[in-house]
Design a protein around this ligand. Structure first.
Ligand code: NDP
Length: 279
């Protein structure tokens, strides 16, 4: 498999989404996130993931403009937060995100977490934004199979992406199979297990064999599986290293060893733990 940093996956509506993007959760608004984004764009990243909840959309917008890279060459994604769900609320939340980022449109807009009551209204707003061309693709985040089933029962346009926690310890085979069947691209958050890949002996050993780091092994594994990965780092050396995953290839045996690490262990919240819409 020959990948480059420009490699994309094609969403169900034909839009191309870069396989490697930049995560920005906890990158602080202001100099920190601006420098992160500029370093990433310089290293060749063209896809940036944020959310209204991260509080750094404005800084990302400033960095994007400062880079001078034409908007059409970038893939910008944001998310509607839990307390912004509902039809009118979502339309207004989108306008706020777009304005903060200084862009007329987003390449991808995601529902951050599933809401048991408001999901249909939120999604109706997503479909409206999509029809109006304000977003090139629409998707969800943290939706498990039952959430996707419930949504698809009311959706006129199905989600094109599901961004979920995904790494060697949490591979969600049922969700992967469901998304594969329904043409939904799986995007991995916390792909580096928030740094814990460096403590996993199997990953460390594969990394040693290839002369690369455990982070590079894990990202390469995700790309070879056809998933989108959005590692986050605010350090330029790590940003560059996380994108340097195109000069080696994992063997089927390496992939098998990583696949065998799944224990279903979550580092972040379970999608139902918010109790959104449940009383
Ligand atoms: P990651 O798995 O990307 O890990 C990020 C952590 O690893 C940071 O502490 C970073 O530190 C460190 N790190 C990054 N690269 C390296 C490296 N090469 N060597 C050593 N340490 C490294 O976790 P995230 O939770 O950030 O997930 C990625 C992105 O996914 C988020 O930033 C966000 O965009 C998205 N996300 C979405 C969620 C959702 O609900 N939809 C939830 C959580 C995340 P440092 O910055 O100091 O380098």
């Amino acid at each position: 498999m020959t990948f480059t940093i420009a490699s994309t996956t094609v969403l169900s509506n034909g839009v191309e989404m870069p396989l490697l993007g930049l995560g920005t959760y906890k990158a602080v608004e202001g100099a920190e996130v601006e420098q992160e984004v500029l370093a990433a764009l310089e290293a060749g990243y063209r896809s940036i993931d944020t959310a209204s909840m991260y509080g750094n959309e404005a800084g990302i917008g400033r960095a994007v403009r400062a880079s001078g890279i034409p908007r059409g060459e970038l893939f910008l994604a944001s998310k509607v937060w839990n307390d912004e769900q509902g039809y009118e609320e979502t339309l207004a939340a989108f306008e706020r995100s777009a304005e903060r980022m200084g862009t007329d449109y987003l390449d991808l807009y995601l529902v951050h977490w599933p809401h048991a009551v408001l999901y249909a209204e939120t999604w109706r707003a997503f479909e409206e934004l999509y029809r109006q061309g304000r977003v090139r693709a629409i998707g969800v985040s943290n939706f498990l199979v039952p959430h996707l089933e419930t949504l698809r029962a009311v959706a006129k346009i199905g989600p094109m992406v599901d961004q979920v926690e995904f790494h060697p310890r949490l591979q969600q085979p049922e969700l992967q199979a469901y998304c594969g069947e329904h043409g939904i691209v799986v995007e991995a958050w916390a792909p580096l297990m928030r740094g814990r890949v460096f403590e996993e002996p199997v990953i460390v050993s594969i990394a040693g064999h290839h002369g690369v780091s455990p982070a590079q092994v894990t990202l390469r594994w995700l790309l070879q599986k056809g998933l989108v990965a959005i590692p986050k780092s605010v350090r330029p050396d790590r940003i560059r290293a996380n994108a340097d995953v195109f000069s080696f290839e994992l063997s089927p045996e390496d992939v098998g060893r990583l696949d065998a690490m799944d224990t279903g262990e979550r580092l972040g919240r379970h999608p139902d733990s918010w109790g959104l819409g449940q009383r």
